[in-house]
Structures are given as C-alpha cells and as structure tokens.
Design a protein around this ligand. Structure first.
Ligand code: SF4
Length: 340
C-alpha cells in the first residue's frame, strides 16, 4: 500500500499480509489508519532518568540487598514514595512502623530516600533489625539544618505540602521546635512567640518555586527569618516540572511511556496538554499522532530504557523524522572547583 512520497521522491509505505476474510479487512483498516498519520515529523525526547538521584540510589541499594539473598527485605512504609511493588516483585514488601514489634530480629529493613525521625531509627535498632539506610543525602542535609537551628534555640518553620513524604522524618528531628507550614494561606496567618528567632527550612522533593512562594509569605508575615544553607536545596522536582513544561511547549502531543497511572501523565493532562500513556510501543494509537508535527516523548518513573528505544524505532518509520533531545538540569556551583 503506497503511503508517502519522501523528499527524494522515493515511495515509503506500509504493507501487511493476512488471510482473506475478517483478518484481511482488519489489516486494511489498520494500514489505512496508520497511513493517514504518515508525514514529516519531529520527535522531542525529554532526556534524563525520570527518577531523581536519591530514588536511583535507593533502588540500587534495594536491588543490591535482594541480589545478596538472605531472606525478605522490608521497605519502611512511606519512605520510598517512587516505589510501587508490582506482580512478581517477590522478596520485599512494605513494613509500617506499627508492625515493628512483630518483625523477626535480623530482618533487613530499608529506610527509603525520604528518611525517618530519630525515634523510628532507634526503634529499628531496638528491635534488632538490620537497617539499610537509603536516605537521600539531600534529605539528610535538610534534617541536619532542622537540628542545627533547633539546637541554637530557633523556632523552625518547615515548609512543604501536606503529602510530602519527607515531612514526618524532618519534623521528628526536633519535635518541640518545628512547625509545618503547608501553603501560602497558612504562611500569611502564622504567629510565633519570638518573631526574631525563626528559621525556615524547606522540604526537599517539592518544586523550589512552590516552596519559595510559601517562604516569601512567611517573610512577609514575620519579617526577617534565618534561611537554611541554600546548597542543601534539592532541584530534582523543579527540573522535572520544567522539563515537562518545556516538552509540552515544544510539542503538539506528548507520549508518556510507562505506567498508565503515572503522576507524569496526570500532571500533563491537568495542565491541558494533549498527552497519552503507553506501557508498550504497540499501545500507541494512530489517532494520538493525528495532526501532530512535533511529538514529545517522556519516560514515566520506572519505564525501561528499552521502551523509549522501541517506541522511537516504531514511530520514526512513519515518514521522514528528526529526533531531538531536551536536557533540563540545574547544576549547583558549590564554589569548590579548583582552577588550574
Ligand atoms: S531530596 Fe531530591 S534527590 Fe533526594 S530523593 Fe528527594 S527529590 Fe530525590
């Protein structure tokens, strides 16, 4: 079936074979649908691992523990938010803090990147559990800021959304000194006993722009506040958000590869982007490409690198194509680069 005349006037097309009858009719229908979306097209790939550095590190520690053998590995519930067990994920399961006293001594327990309060850590040790600490170094640094300010007698306002996985562990660093501020409305109403003795720490894992708005509202309400060390900020969530916005702005439609219920797909759709999810390249539908001269492609957390390669291989067969790659990464200059 002739489908497309290329720049060099060579014909490119799709063909298939099926026994006569129903299969043949179905094949003709499928070929006609795909032929209708053959055209010159640009594919824009959002580069980079959809998991942040802290999540990748935690996953590697979990994988290492599993491959070492030695029985079940439990993951402390809520500390590894990117992780969701699928069918066939044997050898590990979630463990809530309520269950700690029913777990056999010696069981291996992973503390995920979101970290835990010192009391939880002490309970793990008391129960004789073997801790695999995958707390993200940036979370550890932010926890240390909370302890440092509290030790100097400051009240600590901890800024982060209600559902932030890091909040329980950070609040637990200095229970008496910390107060959470979830949004701008709460910040505007904030009152403290000693306005001159207030420090602000932000929850890593939340886009910095959101935290900054709340922090500015706190400053507006209280005047001067002590800031945390800015080199302890995490930029992963902002980078991911910026990468998606940039991809959406460069594309007529966006394909999200991986889990259908990924937050990436939901957030694009909530922003009004024409976005579709595919767990396999074969799930991409011709209608998704209709009228799209530029198609963005992004991997959802957990998607295999092979899925991106397969999808690009299939879609670039639909006419002359260019594949471009967008990289969105914030680099922190820590001022420790040696000059020659
Ligand atoms: S602090 Fe940042 S890098 Fe670390 S786990 Fe959270 S989002 Fe990832």
């Amino acid at each position: 079936m002739l489908s497309y005349l290329q720049r060099d006037r060579q014909a490119a097309g799709l063909a298939g074979a099926a026994p006569s009858g129903g299969a043949s009719i179905a094949l003709q229908g499928a070929l006609a649908s795909w032929r209708a979306v053959m055209r010159t097209r640009q594919f824009v790939v959002a580069e980079g691992d959809p998991l942040c550095g802290g999540a990748v590190r935690a996953q590697a520690l979990l994988d290492g523990a599993l491959s070492a053998g030695g029985g079940q590995v439990r993951i402390l519930a809520g500390t590894m938010p990117h992780y969701s067990a699928g069918a066939g994920d044997e050898g590990h399961s979630a463990l809530s803090t309520d269950e700690l006293d029913r777990v056999a001594s010696g069981t291996r327990v992973v503390i995920g990147p979101a970290g835990v309060a010192p009391t939880v850590r002490a309970s793990l040790v008391r129960q004789g559990l073997r801790v695999i600490d995958a707390t993200c170094p940036l979370v550890t640094a932010a926890q240390a800021e909370v302890r440092r300010f509290a030790a100097h007698g400051e009240s600590v306002l901890l800024i982060g959304p209600r559902d932030s996985a890091v909040l329980p562990g950070m609040v637990g660093q200095a229970l008496d000194a910390v107060r959470t501020v979830h949004d701008v409305a709460e910040a505007g109403d904030i009152r403290v006993e000693a306005p001159g003795r207030v420090a602000v720490v932000t929850a890593p894992g939340t886009p910095g722009e959101r935290n900054r708005m709340v922090a500015e509202a706190v400053r507006g309400a209280l005047g001067h506040v002590l800031p945390q060390d800015p080199t302890t900020y995490c930029h992963a969530a902002s980078d991911r958000e910026h990468a998606l916005l940039r991809l959406a702005a460069s594309s007529d439609a966006v394909l999200v590869l991986g889990r259908q219920n990924s937050p990436t797909l939901a957030s694009l759709r909530n922003s009004g982007v024409r976005a579709y999810g595919a767990a396999r390249s074969a799930e991409v539908r011709p209608a998704w490409l209709a009228g799209a001269a530029a198609v963005g492609i992004v991997a959802a957390p957990g998607a295999s690198p092979a899925l991106m390669a397969d999808t690009l291989r299939a879609l670039t067969g639909l006419g002359p194509s260019a594949v471009t790659r967008q990289v969105t990464t914030t680099l922190v200059d820590r001022g420790d680069t040696e000059s020659g």
